[in-house]
Design a protein around this ligand. Sequence first.
Ligand SMILES: CC(C)(COP(=O)(O)OP(=O)(O)OC[C@H]1O[C@@H](n2cnc3c(N)ncnc32)[C@H](O)[C@@H]1OP(=O)(O)O)[C@@H](O)C(=O)NCCC(=O)NCCS
Length: 430
Amino acid sequence: MANNENNEEHNSKEPQEKPVISDETLESIVRKFQDSFTGGNKQHKFWETQPVGQFKDVGNSGLPEGPIEDPTPLSEVKQEPYNLPSLYEWVTCDMDNEETCAEVYNLLTNNYVEDDENMFRFNYSKEFLGWALRPPGYFKSWHIGVKVRASKKLVAFIAGVPARIRVRNEVVSMAEINFLCVHKKLRSKRLAPVMIKEVTRRVHLENIWQAAYTAGVVLPTPITTCQYWHRSLNPKKLIDVGFSRLGARMTMSRTIKLYKLPDSTVTSGFRKMELRDVPAVTRLLREYLAQFVVAPDFDENDVEHWLLPREDVVDSYLVESPETHEVTDFCSFYALPSSILGNQNYSILKAAYSYYNVSTKTPLLRLMNDALIVAKKKDYDVFNALDVMENEAFLKELKFGPGDGQLHYYLYNYRLQNAVKPSELGLVLL
Ligand SMILES: CC(C)(COP(=O)(O)OP(=O)(O)OC[C@H]1O[C@@H](n2cnc3c(N)ncnc32)[C@H](O)[C@@H]1OP(=O)(O)O)[C@@H](O)C(=O)NCCC(=O)NCCS
């Protein structure tokens, strides 16, 4: 079996992933090859009816970029919710309410995304959900639950939040759709399409006609396909829980040494972001994101919400020049633990996910190494990053190993003439 460059083999990873590329057997290569065909030929009874790029249109340069369907007058948007099977009812989840937040948390903790081998399951914290679902201008009506009529038990969820996303030169009002989850006992009953249609209806009622979302599964049609990379911070635990494997000819102690990080950050002027930094960070980020084909259009309110540090939810650091006091660089990550399923010794994997990073003066490599150092200090076990934006420039060098999963990005009711490269994508969805 081949190793990655760090002499460490990742086995099963975390939610959303498939076999490691560097670890491929002939069988898995053949399977991927077949999948790449069936991905395009497989029937999508639901998605074929939706205004999304269809596989049959891939490569058809006659189709224009932009909205696929025009908005309809609001009075023509269906006013009543879609029908659910009679045992179930729609609820709007009030995320200000702790009990409701706990219900959503419990549904997701027990039923949300798992890796292919069912070793790990995303465990978004309540605080994280409160943050992710209530950005500036959010709509309560977009936090949609399905309950059993009789018992009032929450059995499914889907959520949207508003965002302005720029596609090339056009800033488009969109919904970011996330946290689609159906209880394990209710799977494969075509509930997901009803939930997607219902959230779409409620988005339309706010006069918004486009959406962005990600998924580990192939649907019609990704605007790009990204790969996760993982940087071990606590290699012994990662190996003990089966997240990674000891590389060939590697001992545990050599592996621990390989991933060791300094105790403190090295860049002078590197510090935690504060409220007073919001204007400077917004300027830095806006200028930086302008180079990507698809990226959020953040204003100061967005930056305050999405990037101001929140304990165990999101963390941001910047470099303030000791001489000029100018903010020159920025890095951030969010906290998304996974439950470790069926391990005697550990129940939670602490993972940090790279969010938005901007380097203008501090080399990106040094900036991200400092991000790794603070993440290690905060006791994260692993630091994850997608190959979006300029991340490829530091991944291998900083001893990230490629993960075994892909994350596909999608737009709803917006056609891009060609798929973009991960490095042309300036958007990270939670
Ligand atoms: C994703 C999930 C809600 C789908 O529900 P399900 O019971 O498996 O599937 P259903 O029978 O209700 O619906 C199937 C349809 O939903 C689509 N679908 C499945 N997963 C989807 C996703 N993540 N995003 C959008 N559509 C999805 C399928 O492609 C299919 O439509 P098609 O026939 O046009 O291809 C469910 O499997 C689940 O909760 N999984 C764990 C959490 C998860 O993976 N969430 C998605 C995170 S991106």
